[in-house]
Ligand binder design. Structure first.
Ligand code: NAI
Ligand SMILES: N[C@@H](CC=O)C(=O)O
Ligand code: NA
Length: 428
C-alpha cells in the first residue's frame, strides 16, 4: 500500500457531508481502486456545534479554511463552501501556494477566476479538479478532458441547472404559473440561497463557461455569455410551444463561429420528442458534438448529496492514482482569448404575438417577415378574445439579424398589442 492520501474538507453542507459519508462508507473500495488509504484528517465550516447527523469528532477542526488548506497533515484540500471570492478563493489560493492538490465543486469561483487559478496550480505543479462543479454527478469534465480529447469539439448544448428544469417541467405538468412554482421550489429547498443564481441563468452560465474553455481551448469567459433567465417564461408560452411540438428549456449552447466563440444561456425551444425535450425535473443533460465522435449525450443528476459527492470522489481517486491533467485540458498559458460572437448561425425561431383583431393584421405581419427575408414554416391563430388574437409563428432557419429587422418593422405596423415573445429553436 502506498502512502495514505489525507483530505482536508472545508464546507460541511450538502456536498461536504456527502463526501464525508462516502469516504467512510467506501474506504475499502477506495483503497482497492487507488492503492492508497483515503482518509479525512481535518474539517472546517461556519459552525462547529451544528448537528449534521454525522460524528465528526475523529477529525481535527479548523475555524479558518485557510489554516485547514495549509495544514501539514492535509494532502488534498477539498473546497465545498461556495462563493466567487471570500474564504473559498482565499483558501484555494493558499492551498495551491502551499503545494496542495485541490478539489472543488465551486463553479462560481472557476467561472470568474478559472484562468488565474489554473495558471497558479500549473505553475505550482498541483492538481485543481472540479468535476462536481458542472452537471453534478455527470462526469462531463472527465468526458471532455479525457475521453473526447481526440476530437475537434464543434458544439456543446445542454440543460445544466436542475432547479430551472424542475420549475419549467412542473409549470407544465401542474398547469401552474411561474410565480407559484418558484414559491413551491423555494419552499422545498431546491433553489440556491440566492435564487437569482438559478432562475437568472447565472449558475448554468457559470457551468457553460467552464465547459467552453475545455471544449474550445479558450480562456473562461463568463462575461461573454449571452444570458437570459427563465423569469419571463409564462405558462402560456409553455402551453403554446407544446401545441407546436416543442418544450421550453433553459439551454446552454457553446460553439465556434468562425474565429469567434458563441456562448448562450437562455430559454429555447427543443423538439418535444427529443431526449432534451423529454428531460423532467432536476435532471441535467449535456450533448457534446465532435468531428470524430459525432454526438454523445450525457444525462444524470446535476445536484444533491450523493451525486455531487460521487463527482468529488472521482477527482480524489484520480489524485490518489497520480493522474495529473492541465486544469482545462491543455496548459492554461496556451488557452486562447476568443473573440465573442453572437448567434450568427441561422436557426428556426418561434414567435408568439398578440395582434389587434382587425382585417389585414396578420397579412401585415407576414409582409414584414417576408420583406426581411424571414420565411414562415408554420403559423397558428387562436380563438380571439374581444380585442386581440394570439398568433404563433415558427420560421424557417433565419439569422437573428434578419429576425430583428422584421421585429423592428412589426413594431411600426400598429397591429402588435405587445412585444412579441421570441425563442430560438435548437436541434438536439
Ligand atoms: N448542493 C448541490 O447539489 C451542489 C453544490 N455545488 C457547489 O458545492 C458547493 C457547496 O454547496 P452546498 O454543499 O450545497 O452548500 P451548503 O450551503 O449546503 O454548505 C456550505 C458549507 O460551507 C460552509 N461555509 C460557507 N461559508 C463559509 C465560510 N465563510 N467559512 C467557513 N465555512 C463556510 C457552511 O458552514 C456549510 O457547511 C458550492 O460551491 C455549490 O455551488 C455544486 C454542485 C451541486
Ligand atoms: N442550483 C444548481 C445546483 C447544482 O449545481 C441546480 O439547480 O442545478
Ligand atoms: Na460533473
Amino acid at each position: 500500500m502506498n502512502a495514505p492520501l489525507r483530505l482536508g474538507i472545508a464546507g460541511l453542507g450538502t456536498v461536504g457531508i456527502g463526501v464525508v459519508k462516502t469516504v467512510r462508507q467506501h474506504s475499502a473500495l477506495l483503497s482497492a481502486r487507488t492503492g492508497r488509504d483515503v482518509s479525512i484528517t481535518a474539517v472546517s465550516a461556519r459552525s462547529r456545534d451544528k448537528d449534521r447527523g454525522v460524528n465528526l469528532s475523529a477529525y481535527a477542526w479548523e475555524d479558518d479554511p485557510v489554516a485547514l488548506a495549509t495544514r501539514d497533515d492535509v494532502d488534498v484540500y477539498v473546497e465545498l463552501m461556495g462563493g466567487t471570492d471570500g474564504p473559498a478563493k482565499a483558501s484555494v489560493d493558499a492551498a495551491i501556494a502551499a503545494g496542495k492538490d485541490v478539489v472543488t465543486a465551486n463553479k462560481a469561483m472557476l467561472a470568474i477566476h478559472g484562468q488565474s487559478l489554473a495558471e497558479a496550480a500549473e505553475t505550482a505543479g498541483v492538481s485543481l479538479r472540479y468535476e462536481a462543479a458542472v452537471a453534478g454527478g455527470i462526469p462531463v469534465i472527465k468526458a471532455l478532458t479525457e475521453g473526447l480529447a481526440g476530437n475537434d469539439i464543434t458544439r456543446i448544448v445542454g440543460v445544466m441547472n436542475g432547479s430551472c428544469n424542475y420549475i419549467l417541467t412542473r409549470m407544465e405538468s401542474a398547469g401552474l404559473s411561474y410565480d407559484e412554482v418558484f414559491a413551491e421550489a423555494d419552499g422545498l429547498g431546491y433553489l440556491e440561497a440566492d435564487p437569482q443564481l438559478d432562475v437568472g441563468g447565472i449558475d448554468a452560465a457559470h457551468k457553460l463557461a467552464i465547459l467552453s474553455s475545455i471544449a474550445f481551448g479558450t480562456r473562461v469567459d463568463f462575461d461573454g455569455i449571452e444570458l437570459e433567465g427563465i423569469e419571463r417564461v409564462s405558462i402560456n408560452d409553455i402551453r403554446h410551444a407544446d401545441d407546436m411540438g416543442f418544450k421550453i428549456k433553459l439551454l446552454g449552447v457553446a460553439q465556434r463561429t468562425g474565429r469567434g466563440l458563441e456562448q448562450r444561456m437562455m430559454p429555447c425551444l427543443v423538439p418535444a420528442t427529443s431526449p432534451m425535450g423529454q428531460l423532467q425535473g432536476g435532471t441535467n443533460m449535456v450533448a457534446i458534438e465532435g468531428d470524430a465522435v459525432e454526438q454523445i449525450v450525457l444525462r444524470g443528476p446535476g445536484a444533491g448529496e450523493g451525486p455531487t459527492a460521487s463527482a468529488v470522489m472521482g477527482d480524489v481517486c484520480d489524485i490518489a492514482r497520480g493522474v495529473r491533467l492541465p486544469v482545462f485540458g491543455q496548459p492554461a498559458a496556451s488557452l486562447e482569448q476568443a473573440d465573442r460572437a453572437t448567434a450568427v448561425l441561422p436557426a428556426p425561431y418561434y414567435l408568439r404575438m398578440s395582434l389587434v383583431d382587425k382585417p389585414g393584421a396578420l397579412a401585415k405581419i407576414a409582409t414584414v417577415l417576408g420583406d426581411a427575408g424571414v420565411s414562415i414554416d408554420r403559423m397558428r391563430q387562436y380563438e380571439h378574445d374581444d380585442a386581440s388574437a394570439p398568433v404563433l409563428i415558427v420560421t424557417h432557419k433565419t439569422t437573428r439579424a434578419d429576425l430583428n429587422t422584421a421585429i423592428a418593422a412589426m413594431k411600426s405596423t400598429s397591429v402588435l398589442l405587445s412585444d412579441p415573445v421570441v425563442l430560438r429553436i435548437e436541434s438536439v
